[in-house]
Design a protein around this ligand. Structure first.
Ligand code: NDP
Length: 234
């Protein structure tokens, strides 16, 4: 049966590939955007995940169009890289606010409908660097590691209601987020990837779709790396 799916940051990059994978599966898919509009064929809701009121309004729109969110993909995220000594407190807290607190906000809002339905799937998009750390990404890595503890706590709280909360940890995926990295950094990253190549957005989408499927009903609180072996399974 078609499920009501919401993908934050589903207007481009990894989020868009995830949204398309669910739509191809016949689900009713909504994506958040911050003014760009929705890509063709997808239902878009305007929402900045740093604002709880905007999140609530976006969920209400999705509920009216598709019914309560049954599958939540918390994907929206930002980077603001610099070394620790140069990192301002704003740079740290802004990244945490979007990547971690934003995920908490949407998970909390989604959990209401999932609890009522006694069924739900949450997938949080983390990163290999949440587990390995990365110079210049103290803020980002902390936010991505935080998602693991959060998902596992949600799994413990809601697991008895057929609600799962899992994490996908992508490695180096070709998107706007990675396009601007200096060539020497890209080369250095690639040198550490056993697969010897970058990943595609479709490879992340496939893992997310699996974790949201009935076949993954007994997988909860897991971290699934999709990184060509970079993190060696963590
Ligand atoms: P992009 O930079 O291509 O896209 C980021 C998405 O997040 C956009 O849709 C953007 O919306 C949205 N977004 C950012 N901040 C907010 C906000 N405050 N409110 C709502 N939406 C917001 O990133 P990717 O597709 O590469 O990354 C997607 C996720 O995957 C991120 O969480 C990222 O950390 C993670 N990831 C990516 C990797 C990679 O190699 N690319 C590796 C590991 C993890 P808008 O269009 O409005 O800016």
């Amino acid at each position: 049966m078609a499920r009501s799916v919401l993908v934050t940051g589903g207007n481009r990059g990894i989020g868009l590939a995830i949204a398309r994978a669910f739509a191809d599966n016949g689900d009713k898919v909504a994506v958040t955007h911050r003014g760009s509009g929705a890509p063709d064929g997808l239902f878009g809701v305007r929402c900045d995940i740093t604002d709880a009121a905007e999140i609530d309004a976006a969920f209400k729109e999705v509920e009216a169009e598709h019914g309560p969110v049954e599958v939540l993909i918390s994907n929206a995220g930002i980077t603001d890289d610099t070394l620790l000594l140069r990192m301002s407190e704003d740079q740290f807290t802004n990244v945490l606010d979007a990547n971690l607190t934003g995920a908490y906000r949407v998970a909390k809002r989604a959990s209401m409908g999932m609890l009522r339905k006694k069924w739900g799937r949450m997938v949080f998009i983390s990163s290999v660097v949440g587990m390995t750390g990365q110079a210049g990404q103290v803020n980002y890595a902390a936010s991505k590691a935080g998602l693991v503890g959060m998902a596992r706590s949600i799994a413990r709280e809601l697991g008895s209601r057929n609600i799962t909360a899992n994490v996908v940890a992508p490695g180096f995926i070709t998107t706007d987020m990675t396009a601007d990295l200096p060539d020497d950094v890209k080369k250095e990253f690639l040198g550490r990837v056993p697969a010897g190549r970058y990943g595609s957005v479709e490879e992340i989408a496939a893992a997310v779709a699996f974790l949201a499927s009935d076949n993954a009903a007994y997988i909860n609180g897991a971290v699934l790396p999709v990184d060509g072996g970079l993190g060696m399974g963590h």
